[in-house]
Design a binder for this molecule. Structure first.
Ligand SMILES: Cc1cc2nc3c(=O)[nH]c(=O)nc-3n(C[C@H](O)[C@H](O)[C@H](O)COP(=O)(O)OP(=O)(O)OC[C@H]3O[C@@H](n4cnc5c(N)ncnc54)[C@H](O)[C@@H]3O)c2cc1C
Length: 447
C-alpha cells in the first residue's frame, strides 16, 4: 500500500491523524494551490507565514526519517500525475465551500480518506435530543460537559514504522517562484506555538479580566498557529489542563467558540452568503462609506486606528473586531458580507467559519447573535478599553501628543484647529436610531 499524506491546514507532526493512520510506505506532500494563490496580492502576509511553516514541517518530517514533497500547481493536476504510483490519499477534513468542491474532484482521481484533524469535535456529532443541530452557544457548550470538563482529550499517535517511498521530489520552490514577496511578520509568529502557550499560561489568571483591553497583551495570540494547524486545538486543551492553572475554564470556553462556528457552518452552509436568521435588510450601498471604513478614514479614532493597524499588520484584537464590525453594519449600515470579505483578505488568522459566524453575530443576523437593539458606541468602547489612548496613539503617530479624552468624544478632534483630523462620516446617535428602526422593521416583516 502506497499512500500520499496530503498536509493542508495541519502543518505539524504532533497530534497528526495522517501520521497515525498511514500504514507503511508514504509520500507526505504540500501543494501551493494555484487556484488560491493566483487571486492573492503579491504582498500577502499569510503566504510568507505558510511558506516558512511548510519548510519547517519539511525539516520536522526529515527528522522523523520522512520528507515533504512541495508542489506549486492545481491539486487536480498533481494527483493526476501521482495517481499511477499511489493507492490513496490521506488528508484532514476541510469544511469550506472551495475545499469541498476541490476534494470531490480529487476523489475522482484517487481515493481520499479524510480525518477530523483541525477541530476537536466532529460537527456531525453532538446534536440536540431531537436530532437537530444546536444554534445557541451556551446549550451547545453545556452539552459538551463530558469533554470540556475532562482532564485530557486523546491525541493521535504517530505510527513510527512509516517509510518514505522513493520519489523524485527534491526541487525546493522559492517564495519568488510562487510569485510572492517575503513579508515582515509580527515577531510572535516566529515563535513555536507551544512556547507562545507557555508564556500565555503565566498570565492566564488575568485572562478573563484583561482580555478586552486591547492595548494589553492579554490573549494567547494562538489563532494564526491554530488556523494553519501548527498546533492542534486538542494539544492546546491538553497543555492547558495539564498545567493545572486556576481559571483556565474561561479560555477553554473560547476555544469552543471556534468549534461552535465550525459546527454552525457545517450544518448551515448557506450562512456563508445569507443572513442566518432569514431577515431581509436593505443595506446602505454607498461605496464611499465602505472605502473609508476599509482605509481607516471614518473620523472615529478607535475605528480608524483598528483598521489602519489591520491593514499594516494583518492583526486585530477581538474587542476591536467587534467594535469595527458593529460600526460598519449598524452605524454605516453596510452589509456584513462586505466586511467579512475584507477581513478575509487581510486577517492573518482568517478562518471562514469563525469570521462568517462572528460577522453575522455583530450584524445581529447570525446564530446566537447580538440583539439588534444593542449597538456599540465606539466612543464609549474606546473610553472603556483604551482610556489613555495607548492603542490609538501607537497606531496613529500624528495623535501622539493629543489629550486622550478627545478620542472618546464625538468630533472633538476635528473641531480642534490644531489637529488635521476629519469629521466623523456618520452621526453616532442618529445612525444607531436608524439601524434599530430598520432592524425592527425587518424582524417584524419576517414574523
Ligand atoms: C468580526 C469578527 C471576525 C473574526 N474573525 C476571525 C477569524 O477569521 N479567525 C479567527 O480565528 N477568529 C476570528 N474571530 C474571533 C477572535 O477575534 C479571534 O479568534 C481572536 O481575536 C484571536 O486572538 P487570540 O488567539 O489571542 O485569542 P484568545 O483570546 O487567546 O482565544 C484563544 C483561541 O480561541 C478561539 N477564539 C477566541 N475567541 C473566539 C471567537 N469569538 N470566535 C471564534 N473563536 C474564538 C481562537 O481560536 C483563539 O485563538 C473574529 C471575531 C470577530 C468579532
Amino acid at each position: 500500500m502506497k499512500q500520499i499524506l496530503w498536509f493542508r491546514r495541519d502543518l505539524r507532526v504532533t497530534d497528526s491523524a495522517l501520521l497515525q493512520y498511514a500504514e507503511d510506505e508514504v509520500l507526505p506532500i504540500f501543494i501551493f494551490d494555484k487556484n488560491i494563490l493566483n487571486s492573492l496580492p503579491k504582498d500577502d502576509k499569510r503566504v510568507s507565514f505558510i511558506y516558512e511553516s511548510v519548510l519547517n514541517l519539511k525539516r520536522e518530517l526529515q527528522s522523523l526519517g520522512l520528507d515533504l514533497a512541495i508542489f506549486y500547481d492545481e491539486p487536480l493536476n498533481v494527483f493526476k500525475t501521482l495517481a499511477k504510483d499511489f493507492d490513496e490519499v490521506l488528508c484532514s477534513i476541510d469544511f469550506d465551500a472551495y475545499a469541498i468542491k476541490r476534494d470531490k474532484e480529487v476523489e475522482k482521481v484517487l481515493p481520499l480518506k479524510r480525518f477530523n484533524d483541525s477541530f476537536i469535535l466532529n460537527p456531525n456529532e453532538h446534536l440536540k435530543a431531537d436530532n437537530t443541530p444546536y444554534k445557541v452557544f451556551t446549550p451547545f457548550y453545556k452539552s459538551l460537559n463530558l469533554i470540556t470538563q475532562s482532564f485530557s482529550i486523546e491525541e493521535y499517535k504517530r505510527n513510527e514504522k512509516l517509510k518514505l517511498t522513493s520519489f523524485n521530489y527534491k526541487k525546493i520552490i522559492s517564495l519568488e517562484d510562487l510569485g510572492f514577496e517575503k513579508q515582515e511578520l509580527p515577531s510572535f509568529l516566529y515563535k513555536d506555538a507551544r512556547d507562545l502557550l507557555k508564556e500565555f499560561l503565566l498570565e492566564i489568571d488575568d485572562y478573563q479580566v484583561n482580555r478586552d483591553f486591547f492595548y494589553k497583551d492579554a490573549t494567547s495570540k494562538l489563532s494564526v498557529h491554530l488556523r494553519f494547524g501548527l498546533i492542534s486545538p486538542k494539544e492546546i486543551f491538553n497543555i492547558v489542563k495539564k498545567s493545572n492553572v486556576n481559571d483556565c475554564e474561561f479560555f477553554i470556553r473560547e476555544l469552543f467558540w471556534r468549534e461552535f462556528y465550525n459546527y454552525i457552518l457545517f450544518h448551515f452552509p448557506n450562512s456563508e452568503s445569507k443572513n442566518f436568521n432569514g431577515i431581509n435588510i436593505s443595506w446602505n450601498e454607498n461605496e464611499d462609506d465602505f472605502q473609508k471604513w476599509c482605509e481607516g478614514k471614518t473620523g472615529v479614532p478607535i475605528i480608524d486606528a483598528a483598521m489602519i493597524h489591520l491593514n499594516k499588520t494583518g492583526l486585530m484584537h477581538n474587542r476591536l473586531r467587534m467594535i469595527v464590525a458593529s460600526f460598519l453594519t449598524k452605524n454605516l449600515f453596510v452589509d456584513w458580507k462586505k466586511g467579512e470579505k475584507y477581513f478575509a483578505l487581510k486577517l492573518l488568522d482568517y478562518e471562514a467559519s469563525s469570521n462568517i459566524g462572528s460577522w453575522q453575530w455583530a450584524a445581529s443576523t447570525g446564530a446566537d447573535a447580538a440583539p439588534y437593539f444593542r449597538v456599540f458606541n465606539p466612543y464609549t468602547q474606546s473610553s472603556k478599553f483604551d482610556k489613555d489612548g495607548l492603542f490609538i496613539k501607537s497606531v496613529i503617530k500624528e495623535l501622539e501628543e493629543v489629550d486622550p479624552k478627545l478620542f472618546h468624544i464625538e468630533n472633538a478632534l476635528s473641531s480642534n484647529l490644531f489637529f488635521n483630523y476629519p469629521k466623523a462620516i456618520v452621526d453616532i446617535s442618529l445612525s444607531r436610531k436608524r439601524a434599530i428602526e430598520n432592524f425592527k422593521r425587518a424582524k417584524d416583516e419576517n414574523l
